[in-house]
Design a protein around this ligand. Structure first.
Ligand SMILES: [Zn+2]
Length: 129
């Protein structure tokens, strides 16, 4: 991003790229541990097939967990096949290390996706996390 673009960005919205990302992509959610400003979103995805074979009861529980859409599963098509979002956590910079550690302790067959938002140093990051 050019310095000119950066200035315009802040002037029109009054928020940093990080704040804008948190508002739009993370729907303004706060750190789930302490309520602080969000810095990271950790999403744990489980392959539908694995979950079906290993924990069919979990699928039933998940299908009935949303009262607005009973019987529906939050299936996300990915390059690794259909995945189910088993958890999604927003954490602030201070709580992020423990949240990341907790996510890493999930089953090895789960996929952990980490969204750190725009890099505050302004560098472009691709495929990080
Ligand atoms: Zn926190």
């Amino acid at each position: 991003m050019s310095p000119l673009h950066m200035r315009k960005f802040g002037r029109t919205t009054g928020e940093s790229p990080q704040e804008m990302h948190a508002r739009i992509a993370w729907h303004g959610r706060r750190c789930q541990a302490c309520g602080g400003p969000p810095a990271i979103l950790i999403r744990v995805l489980a392959p539908f097939k694995e979950l079906y074979e290993r924990a069919p009861d979990t699928l039933t529980v998940m299908a009935n967990s949303d009262p607005e859409h009973p019987g529906q599963l939050p299936i996300i098509p990915t390059q690794y096949g259909p995945m189910l979002r088993t958890s999604e956590i927003v954490a602030c910079a201070r709580c992020a290390p423990s949240a990341e550690k907790a996510a890493a302790h999930g089953p090895s067959w789960c996929l952990v996706e980490i969204d750190r938002g725009p890099d505050p140093t302004g560098k472009v990051s691709v495929g990080r996390g």
